[in-house]
Design a protein around this ligand. Structure first.
Ligand SMILES: Cc1cc2nc3c(=O)[nH]c(=O)nc-3n(C[C@H](O)[C@H](O)[C@H](O)COP(=O)(O)O)c2cc1C
Length: 370
């Protein structure tokens, strides 16, 4: 028995119709016959039903079509691993093709070599017009000057001091500093029942969360942390403790971060892993996917600010080798995904090639009022 896979998108290349299974990450050109086969196999169907619907002269072509659609996971055979994955997608990935196409398509992205990427930027800035990076108020009906922000206040002065910096010293990160960073990002400060009959207690954290669903878990890849053997640890926000996930076959930081050699001296990486089903449970609409991605930014910012308060070096990074992230965290479910990483460590006085040599406005007076 065969069935059309659930995670299919049809799109055109210049001349051909392409069928793509975005979960299996496969794509083929779709013939007229292939399109008919896919349209005919919405539910589990016996291939004989297809053969009996076309003249005998078409049978050889139909046989080839079914074989190539099956090889590309556009058709799945009942009880096969591909059918099991397809069913899991259908039952558990509530945001469907709208969020799924983007989410699964960017998984396993191969990043450009840093030297190539730097050369591309130099070439691009020489050959294309710069895109404006701020918008002024000229042209609006009126402009209202705002009071000068109190930059000396605790919150603003801390925020002004935060800067991405990748020059890490070889000194071990203190465990209490790591503890504060994890608490700032994911710590629980209380529980609340969302409604009287609810069985659930929603955790209240230091960061806001859509519907209070708090989809993120953090994993620490400890390289040099006082009191921790090198390894991967899960942070339990409820217990405020670390659970050892693994300490064997540890990759270099550059291997984890898709070749970014400037992170090599990082003492610890905090990997944020989203559990989509927590948010899907309340928000079945695909905008829930956006909610989850936004929350990674809140958590990361709190970790960065806690690190800044302790004078640590810290930088967020999106680029990661997804296979390494899965291997380290052992989070391999269809509805889980690593989203964001924060590199932490003590500061070295030696910046990396990625750290700006010249900052145009000093951070103590970033606003030019009036
Ligand atoms: C979503 C996001 C992704 C980033 N990814 C990387 C990265 O892959 N590698 C890196 O070295 N820095 C990365 N950064 C850090 C930026 O380069 C940095 O924030 C930017 O240069 C502005 O500097 P600032 O953080 O000091 O304000 C990222 C920042 C953000 C917000």
């Amino acid at each position: 028995m065969i069935r059309r896979a659930r995670s299919i998108i049809l799109r055109y290349s210049t001349t051909a119709l392409i069928a793509e299974n975005f979960v299996a990450k496969t794509a083929i050109e779709l013939s007229e016959l292939g399109r008919w086969v896919l349209a005919s196999c919405d539910g589990w169907s016996h291939p004989y039903a297809l053969y009996s619907a076309v003249p005998a002269s078409v049978h050889p072509a139909l046989e080839r079509e079914i074989a190539s659609l099956t090889a590309a996971s556009l058709l799945v055979c009942q009880h096969s691993p591909a059918a099991a994955q397809d069913q899991e997608y259908e039952e558990r990935f509530a945001w469907g093709a709208i969020a799924g196409y983007y989410h699964f398509s960017i998984r396993g992205t191969e990043y450009m070599d840093p030297a190539q990427s730097a050369a591309r930027l130099v070439e691009k800035s020489a050959t294309t017009e710069a895109v404006p990076l701020h918008q002024d108020n000229q042209g609006y009906a009126a402009t209202i000057a705002l009071p000068r922000p109190e930059l000396e206040s605790d919150a603003l002065s801390l925020m002004c001091r935060r800067r991405s910096y990748r020059g890490f010293s070889d000194e071990a990160l203190r465990l209490d500093h790591l503890s504060e960073c994890l608490f700032a990002g994911l710590g629980i400060t209380g529980f609340v029942k969302p409604f009287a009959e609810s069985e659930e207690q929603l955790p209240f954290k230091l960061t806001p969360s859509g519907g209070g669903r708090n989809p993120y878990e953090a994993f620490v890849y400890a390289r040099r942390v006082d009191g921790l053997a090198p390894g991967v640890y899960h942070y339990s926000a409820r217990e405020h403790s670390l659970g050892l996930v693994g300490e064997q076959d540890l990759p270099s930081v550059a291997e984890v971060l898709a070749g970014q050699r400037w992170f090599e001296h990082t003492a610890a990486l905090v990997l944020l892993v989203a559990n989509f089903e927590r948010t899907m449970w309340k928000y079945p609409h695909p905008t829930g996917y956006r909610v989850v991605l936004l929350e990674a930014g809140h958590i990361a910012q709190n970790i960065l600010l806690a690190a800044t308060a302790r004078g640590l070096a810290c930088t967020p990074t999106c680029a990661i080798d997804d296979r390494q992230a899965v291997r380290l965290t052992k989070c391999a479910q269809l509805t889980q995904s690593h989203v964001y990483t924060i590199a932490l460590g003590n500061r070295s006085t030696i910046p990396t090639v990625m750290d700006p040599l010249h900052i145009a406005h000093n951070s103590s007076s970033p606003v030019a009022p009036g």
